[in-house]
Design a binder for this molecule. Structure first.
Ligand code: AMP
Ligand code: TRP
Length: 327
């Protein structure tokens, strides 16, 4: 039997190349070998209300991007989190075994709640819902960027705790990431990750940015002191990040790029990098434009049906295990 994969993206903010290189490209590769589920995490988007504007539009847009980036609905079940009520239900049950202390230790929670006047319960319980997303499918593999590693670890702990309290129910999922692309940094500040909630649009290259925007953003991307184009995360974090992006967009190795640009300045390097990004993103944008709302809605309706069947089975088992009345 094929192993199962589940992953997702919050449907708020923009989808950027960090999401593509860090997450979606792995799903595309793995969909041939895994029984795959790609989710649109709209309930998670609700936890940051200021970012979750136009959530409906963002959900459709991100779903179309899944297809444009190469997810094939024949191989991957593409679905919206809120269309499968079992996620919220399982989240509640897992919430009864999660501990306040372990949730307080989540770095994403600490970052996102920093400086907030009031913190909503959803933001605190975010990782429990994510655990429910993963465990409802008994996923073996969860391919995500590095920022989500801690949440997958929590999921493993919750699954183990549940199994030891109620008997073997859940598989223990594995965090999967690609070393080179697990953490793409911001173009405006190479000490912070590229982020969909960045205030400055020059932090990221969105998958749907047009050519002029891409060129402008790369032109104004920060670089490091010195003029050599060499990879060193300690000494040249900004240039190293640009080299990583270049390598992922062009398929050339970082070593080859270093050789190619020996003796060239940042200006020329950035121009060729922009060319590579435009060449990488234009066919994706072209595919995106050709997907209609009705086509994507059909995919999501099919996806929801299948996801509900799989998650429903798990939920039935879980309810029995915890001793809820079955009639
Ligand atoms: P998010 O945009 O936070 O919903 O993240 C969706 C997926 O993209 C998750 O698997 C993240 O770990 C991944 N991701 C987000 N930002 C980055 C980044 N800067 N570098 C690599 N992966 C990322
Ligand atoms: N929390 C993830 C993020 O922000 C998105 C997500 C929600 C997810 N549920 C998931 C990823 C389940 C993997 C598995 O990136």
């Amino acid at each position: 039997m094929k192993k199962r994969l589940l992953s997702g993206i919050r449907t708020s903010g923009v989808t950027h190349i960090g999401n593509v290189f860090g997450a979606i490209n792995q799903w595309v590769q793995m969909q041939n070998d895994y029984e795959s589920f790609a989710m649109l995490a709209d309930l998670h988007a609700l936890t940051t209300p200021s970012e979750a504007v136009n959530i409906e539009k963002k959900t459709l847009e991100t779903a179309k991007l899944y297809l444009a980036l190469g997810l094939n609905p024949k191989k991957t079940t593409i679905f919206v989190q809120s269309h499968v009520p079992q996620h919220a239900e399982l989240s509640w049950i897992l919430g009864t075994i999660a501990r306040l202390g372990e949730l307080e230790r989540m770095t994403q929670f600490k970052d996102k709640s920093l400086g907030q006047e009031s913190i909503n319960l959803g933001l605190f319980a975010y990782p429990v819902l994510m655990a429910a997303d993963i465990l409802a499918y008994n996923a073996d593999a969860v391919p995500v960027g590095e920022d989500q590693k801690q949440h997958v670890e929590l999921t493993r702990n919750l699954a183990e705790r549940f199994n030891s309290r109620y008997g073997q129910t859940f598989k223990i999922p594995e965090y999967i990431s690609q070393k080179s692309s697990a953490r793409i940094m911001g173009l405006d500040d190479s000490s912070k990750k590229m982020s969909k909630s960045a205030e400055n649009p020059k932090n990221y290259i969105a998958v749907l940015d047009d050519e002029t925007t891409i060129r402008e953003k790369i032109k104004s991307a920060v670089t490091d002191s010195g003029s050599e184009i060499t990879f060193s995360e300690e000494k040249k974090p900004a240039v190293s990040n640009l080299l990583t992006i270049f390598s992922l967009a062009s398929g050339k190795s970082v070593g080859d790029l270093e050789k190619e640009f020996t003796g060239h300045g940042y200006g020329q390097f950035k121009e060729v990098l922009s060319d590579a990004l435009v060449a990488y993103l234009s066919p994706i944008q072209e595919k995106y434009k050709n997907i209609s709302n009705s086509e994507i809605k059909n995919v999501l309706a099919e996806g929801a049906k299948h996801a509900q069947e799989v998650a429903g089975k798990t939920l039935g088992e879980v309810k029995k295990r915890v001793g809820l009345l079955q009639i």
